[in-house]
Design a protein around this ligand. Sequence first.
Ligand code: CA
Length: 621
Amino acid sequence: MMLSACDSGQTSFQFDEMTYSPSETVFKLFAPADAQCLVVVGDDTLQMKQMADTLWTATAKGDHKGQTYQFLVDGQASPGVFAKAVSVNGEKGVVVDLRDSDPEGWTNDKPVRRLPQDIVVYEMHHRDFSINQPLAQHPGKFLALTESWAIEHLKQLGINTIHILPSYDYGSVDETRLNEPQYNWGYDPVNYNVPEGGYSTDPYDPLCRIREFKQMVQALHQAGIAVILDVVYNHTYDIDHSNFQRTYPDYYYRGDSNGSGCGNETASEKPMMRQFMIESVKYWINEYHIDGFRFDLMGCHDIETMNAIRQAVDEIDPNIFIYGEGWSAGACALPNELLGMKANIPQMPRIAAFSDDMRDALRGPFSDDTVEGWLGRSAVSDCEADMNLLKESLKAGIAGMIAHPQVDYSKVNYSSAPYALEPTQMMAYVSCHDDMCLVDRLKASISGITEEELIRLDLLAQTAVFTSQGVPFMLSGEELLRTKQGVHNSFESPDSINRLDWQNKERYPQVFDYYKNLIALRKAHPAFHLGTADLVRLHLEFLTVENDFVVAYRLKDHAGSDEWQDIIVILNADKSPVTVDIPKGRYSVVCCDGKVDEQGLGEVTGSKVQVSPQSALIIHN
Ligand code: CA
């Protein structure tokens, strides 16, 4: 491979592949030194000149706004790797002035960025959310999230951050056939820096998808909701047809390695791939006002790159939130010690990772949908030692996966040591788009579960999540008791599987109300999101309960300057009521037996309290 100055360390190279002005458009490309490089602009073909070993440039005189362009590198056509506007299906780049894409008032749009401990994340797929909503004017589109029914629902629920599944241009939906139902999660990137055409009202108009994406961000920001983008730099739709491969063969990948499990694996450690990721993230922040990023298979990226991204983002705004999946899907070409794995999170300050430890402790292991977690065990049949391990994993999750004197990490399911330096480095969750949603998982793992029990366990699970010191994260639709009919991997399942059933909001009002009131309780009380490991160690004390079906803890001494002196949370997975010893006192009940009300649901006094079966109790004095 030809290496250049760009490969030897810091570089001033930028992926400014197309710079428009009314008098000329300048094209630049990172391509091999010995390649033949052309750019086709409209009907004209221009020879590109070699400015440095691997930097090629050409200038098209005159006004080319609206014309398409394609780079030809040794005859391989592509829109480059950093197109900012594209034709339908992302095949060609388009010369645009991005200011033409700004909706009215865009320059006044303010990002919505919070301290990480204050974030409550809602993970959503555009089509799932709106395709089956009778009030939607633009079902399945970016614009659905500008509509009042959508904004009202999100505000009512109380989440303050929306994580949208891949929304860059991806390959698995044919944008020329949008009149036919097509579905994909979108983990097959084509153009990383352009919104997906299938979510726009007109994929043939290159500015439309850009403008509508911005309208969506603008509407959410006006409602106080931050927008987090799901970014998938770890692999592309395929290698042979990818824009990376067509502009610089074999540079951007780790050979034949398949750590993504999707057929290929990019090489974040190579200077120009690292540079690409940094610039791409900065571009989404600056051009689209994005508030955070969720890195797909972060465990495929090297630690140094993740830290370089954190640093570049900090220069814009330290409150831009970054988290990722701290694992890969196959063996990567780099050793695990160098990768953004969960166990290496201590080397990546202010980057968070999903806690599969807590998730699987609650609902059962990833490897087998039929095995129940702490939630579904029956006291009669199950091994006590096992239950004790699940309980310890859940305690670790409640503490935010930090070092805590009362958590024994030798018993925690996947982490033999605390992985988080701060609790905000842990994403607390029980379900996401991957795997079964919570309802389906409970049904699959607990034979003969009744609807009543299902709801009790669902609410109990989310109580653990939303009272965790980690950053709470929920899958869209769980508040509507969502089902995907038992489908485990619904990445290309039809709408009938993936769509939300909005009628469930009326069918199960107690479920929606519980989620809503639980989120409100968390947000109103700093004790539930202390933000630092030191504060958690100071204020969070687990109460001794012999029964492994019960986890109980106290947030004591006005934790985080909370107005409440002591808060006691008791999670009871037992099918029977349990009695728990508590510090003697008079307490107000704010969560009990499937109801949450911050204003109070009654009082308890004394040094013992009874907790209803399969439910949470939260009290304070
Ligand atoms: Ca597309």
